[in-house]
Design a protein around this ligand. Structure first.
Ligand code: ATP
Ligand code: MG
Length: 412
């Protein structure tokens, strides 16, 4: 991709009302645009990061046997009345009225999934069903001031599973827990599984996936040995107490919640009459699990954790491009860089080539640092034809390489 063609370009200043680092850098780098508090457009660069993340999640969800679907965002009031959440979740829901009919904008999809299940299943043979989608969630958030960490509308991957027994639900729940840990690891994050309360979702304990980060809104008490963590909102232990398994004192830390998994059992199925006939012919209620990952929140979390005073430092797996190619002394080096751009692209490397004319080398370097692609390659009279200067975004070290050597390194 030629940077001259990319929409839009970097900007010098983020809007003054943005305080969060993720919003500042994502806005300045041209990854997002702000419509209003808690409501952002994903621009081409941001969309690329989102697609990388989404693909990793999709692969890990498919490995658990889940299938991808897409459910609607506009829901009739009647379905929310079935579980009582039209009233119970009033605070968080956006509601609308049109021609005497009332609707809600989706803040979650348990009811919609259960409606699908009761229409398309009948006996124990039809279970389990595991389905997920990537879609927008609308939530009336009072604290929409953390950039894309907390949107009034945001992207979530939500998975729902339905089973004929608690045992089968428990087994799949553990499988998803592992798939989530794998997903976060692939994205570049190390997540801690913490016990937490279920809010408007359930009265039983849930599990949150928490990433240590000083700017996080949540807090956990956890053991560094990895066997224990609880959200402070429900924690019955306190910081400094010894861990039961002898791993030393428990710690308290700020975190960002990137995922949450829930076991509802039969509570919702009973209210919506989602049942099946057993082998014996007896009618039984189904067991529901629900599992969410905040996709746009993940993008924000990565920026909160991986940046310096110049800009973002994307982990390789989710970077919008593999390489940021820059050339200096435009006229003479243009044919050289064009050849290198083609060679890299032909080898399947995603390159952002800053081909702008009349922009200084200094400005190009500053933009490369802000955008945060992991590898910067420079072509100049100093490097010579067929050679590049390699610099990783997270290091000051540079080395000059033949293009073939750079290609080998990029492929490794
Ligand atoms: P929080 O406690 O942060 O408000 P939640 O517990 O209400 O989140 P869940 O219903 O568990 O959120 O949603 C699943 C995931 O969606 C969360 O783990 C989080 O990563 C993401 N998420 C939730 N609310 C938002 C939001 N307002 N903006 C962006 N992502 C969100
Ligand atoms: Mg949650």
């Amino acid at each position: 991709m030629r940077y001259s063609k990319l929409f839009p370009k970097t900007i010098k200043e983020a809007p003054r009302d943005e305080v969060a680092i993720n919003a500042k850098y994502l806005l300045r780098g041209g990854f997002i645009d702000k419509l209003m508090a808690g409501s952002y457009t994903l621009l081409p660069l941001g969309k690329r990061v989102e697609q990388k993340i989404t693909q990793i999640i999709r692969e890990e969800m498919n490995k658990t046997g889940a299938q991808e679907i897409l459910m609607p965002l506009l829901h009739p009031k009647s379905i929310w009345n079935e579980t009582g959440r039209w009233d119970k979740a009033d605070e968080v829901m956006y509601k609308l009225k049109k021609d005497d009919k009332e609707f809600a904008l989706s803040f979650t999809h348990e009811e919609i999934f259960l409606d699908l299940i009761r229409k398309h299943t009948s006996t124990y043979r039809d279970f389990p069903v595991k389905a997920y989608h990537f879609s927008t969630k609308f939530r009336s958030e009072l604290r929409a001031k953390s950039g894309i960490l907390r949107g009034r509308e945001f992207l979530m991957k939500d998975l729902y599973s339905i089973h004929t027994s608690q045992e089968d639900l428990d087994k799949y729940y553990d499988e998803v827990r592992d798939a989530y840990l794998k997903t976060f690891e692939r994205v570049g994050l190390s997540a801690i599984v913490a016990e937490a309360a279920g809010g408007v979702f359930t009265d039983s304990t849930t599990h949150e996936f928490q990433v240590l980060c000083e700017t996080g809104e949540d807090e956990i008490i956890y053991c560094s040995g990895g066997d224990f963590a609880q959200n402070v909102e429900i924690a019955k232990v306190s910081e400094g107490k010894p861990c039961d398994l002898g791993h030393g004192p428990l710690k308290r830390a700020k975190v960002i919640e990137v995922g949450n998994i829930f076991r509802f059992g039969t509570s919702y199925s009973e209210k919506m009459d989602v049942s099946f006939t057993e082998r014996s012919g007896k009618k039984q209620f189904t067991y529901l699990g629900s599992y969410g990952i905040g996709v746009t929140r993940l993008i924000g979390t990565l920026v909160e954790l991986f940046h310096d005073d110049k800009g973002i430092i994307w982990p390789k797996e989710v970077a919008p491009f593999d390489v940021h190619l820059v050339h200096i002394e435009d006229k003479e080096t243009e044919p050289w860089v064009r050849d290198i751009y083609k060679r890299l692209a032909d080898s399947g490397i995603d390159v952002l080539w800053d081909d702008r004319e009349n922009v200084s080398a200094g400005e190009k370097f500053a933009d490369a640092d802000l955008i945060g692609i992991p590898v910067r390659l420079i072509v100049s009279k100093k490097t010579g034809e067929g050679r590049v200067e390699w610099k990783n975004r997270d290091s000051e070290k540079t080395e000059t390489l033949e293009v073939s050597e750079a290609l080998k390194k990029l492929k490794s």
